[in-house]
Design a protein around this ligand. Structure first.
Ligand SMILES: [Zn+2]
Length: 555
């Protein structure tokens, strides 16, 4: 399943669950509207709802989820208001969640957020250090362990180093200076994208230096660099490394060291403010160059704008790089969902999603090789833990033409059953958006920045192709399983901002092969015959998809 929060079955909790969902919906709709975010009382309303829910909820009935979202809301408000009091409230909420529910899978995320606020807003490295320490020592090991450990190491080395002076400038400086908060790098065969996250718009200048060690540098005028921005990041593709530093008291310089000279484009995005640099890899592939000359104007720049303007089931008018249709499908990456310390959903008879997805993935790989004659790679071929992001990163790295992630669905309603296929999109569909928001809640460092991350990645996503691939796979599964099994239900193709699909630069889908929470379907999921038939049905769907590609190419 792709929901990471586990529900409880007791019907007595149903009312409380509904209260929780309503509070969360109010939070999500606030996140969806940049206009609403400008009014303080809208934030306070959401806060009041979570507080009321927390005060009345039984322990274990979403109380930890609500406490986490309370923290998120204060955190969001603090960014909108710039108020340190709000930031302090966010820290307190995060800390009380970790204290009340140290075993919650949200506790580590909460403390990481608290530590980030401590560093960024209060420049309090001691508090931050203690919070990271708590993640690594007191909480049970979770997916934030590595991050917390690396932040600890960084703080430990920097506290004795003379970085204190920069830290001082940051706190004493007047609030109007733009600050570089983070530098993120994405890679695809065609180009490498470097995103500079800022707290407000900034003037910049960019230059390219050609010659033996080609590089691009961007000077952010009047800007300061946050303490936690890495001085040097190793990148991939055409960009070797990205170096960021405070050049002088009023300039931040970011240098992209290139493997070879390449064309680049630089542009800004708003809400949140970013400077984006795309460096094209001339030898990367024959695919058409990405053209991001003009982005949708002002309001449409924000995710909220897109959410509001895009009619359901349509595709945002972004400049999506075109796949060369003649390329065909030569390499497919199959992703077995979950693994290692993440069992995924567990059925009533203890069937674990991670085992079932691995078994189906191996069968799928074999049938794909045999029927399509293409190369197939698995993200994992044994029981190991993989981060969501590293799954698509792997597919990008090997230059896959398709990415298929296998899962088994789960619902608190044991009667729910059926098949569904997802692809990545910004969805106006509230249910899908809510499912995705909840699913993603624990798995990424930057839950609140999901929309921003998505926006950066949408330009890469093969939305049209993914939706066609999803449709063919879904249709084929229903068609080929129905004659063999009773009660095969078509739950259709759905879209949403799913993290396991984020960052993929090829058509990619997530297949829910049945409900492990349903007794009848749990039995099927374990059954070799069902597994094989699901694999065969997916392959036929992929074949229908590639056939349609060829037809397009012949036109
Ligand atoms: Zn799953």
């Amino acid at each position: 399943m792709i929901l990471l929060f586990s529900g409880t079955l007791e019907s007595s909790l149903a009312a409380s669950e509904q209260d929780y969902q309503k509070s969360r919906d109010s939070y999500l709709s606030l996140l969806g509207s940049s206009q609403a975010q400008r009014k303080r009382h809208n934030w306070l309303n959401v806060i009041a709802r979570f507080e009321a829910f927390i005060a009345s909820a039984e322990t274990g009935s979403r109380k930890d989820d609500a406490m986490f979202l309370l923290g998120r809301t204060w955190h969001g408000l603090s960014k909108a208001s710039g108020s340190r009091d709000d930031a302090q409230q966010a820290i307190s909420s995060y800390k009380s969640l970790a204290k009340a529910f140290p075993d919650s899978n949200l506790a580590d995320d909460a403390l990481i957020f608290a530590a980030e606020i401590a560093t960024e807003i209060f420049n309090n490295q001691v508090d931050a250090y203690n919070l990271y320490l708590e993640v690594t020592t007191i909480l049970p090991p979770g997916d934030m362990l590595e991050l917390a450990q690396s932040r600890l190491n960084k703080l430990a080395t920097s506290s004795s180093a003379p970085t204190v002076s920069t830290a001082k400038t940051l706190t004493s400086v007047d609030k109007s200076s733009p600050q570089l908060d983070a530098v993120r790098v994405w890679n695809s065969p065609e180009y490498t994208r470097v995103v500079l996250d800022l707290n407000q718009p900034v003037d910049y200048e960019s230059h390219i230096l050609k010659g033996e060690s080609p590089r691009i540098y961007i000077d952010l005028k009047g800007a300061l660099i946050a303490n936690n921005v890495a001085k040097k990041q190793v990148a991939e593709g055409i960009v070797k490394t990205v170096r960021s530093s405070q050049l002088d008291s009023s300039r931040v310089r970011v240098v992209l060291d290139l493997v070879r000279e390449g064309d680049y484009q630089i542009f800004t995005l708003m809400n949140p403010d970013r400077v984006v640099v795309d460096v094209r890899n001339p030898t990367g592939s024959s695919r058409k160059q990405v053209e991001i000359k003009s982005l949708p104007g002002s309001d449409a720049d924000s995710i909220a704008g897109i959410l509001n303007d895009v009619p359901e089931n349509s595709v945002p008018n972004l400049h999506v790089p075109q796949h060369n249709q003649n390329d065909g499908v030569n390499l497919i990456v199959v992703d077995a969902g979950h693994g290692g310390r993440d069992p995924g959903a567990v059925g009533k008879n203890s069937t674990r999603e991670k085992d079932v997805t691995l078994q189906i993935a191996k069968k799928l790989a074999a049938v794909l090789r045999k029927e399509l004659g293409c190369k197939v790679l698995l993200t994992r071929s044994d029981d190991r833990y993989l981060k969501l992001q590293s799954r698509t990163a792997y597919a990008n790295k090997v230059g896959a033409d398709l990415f298929i992630s296998l899962h088994a669905n789960a619902s608190t309603n044991r009667n729910a059953y059926g098949l569904e296929t997802y692809y990545l999109n910004l969805s106006k569909n509230n249910q899908a958006a809510a499912v995705a928001a909840r699913e993603n809640g624990t798995s990424l460092q930057e839950v609140g920045n999901l929309e921003a991350i998505l926006f950066d990645l949408m330009a890469n996503a093969k939305i049209n192709e993914s939706s066609r691939l999803a449709a063919e796979i879904q249709r084929s599964m229903v068609k080929h399983l129905s004659p063999k099994y009773s009660r095969i239900k078509d739950l259709g193709v759905r879209q949403g901002p799913f993290h396991v699909l984020l960052g993929a630069t090829m058509p990619s889908v997530l297949v829910e092969t049945a409900f492990i929470s349903n007794g009848r379907e749990e039995k099927r999921l374990k059954n070799k015959d069902y597994q094989t038939r699901v694999a065969q049905a997916i392959v036929r769907g992929v074949k229908d998809y590639t056939d349609s590609l060829k037809q397009v190419a012949r036109r």
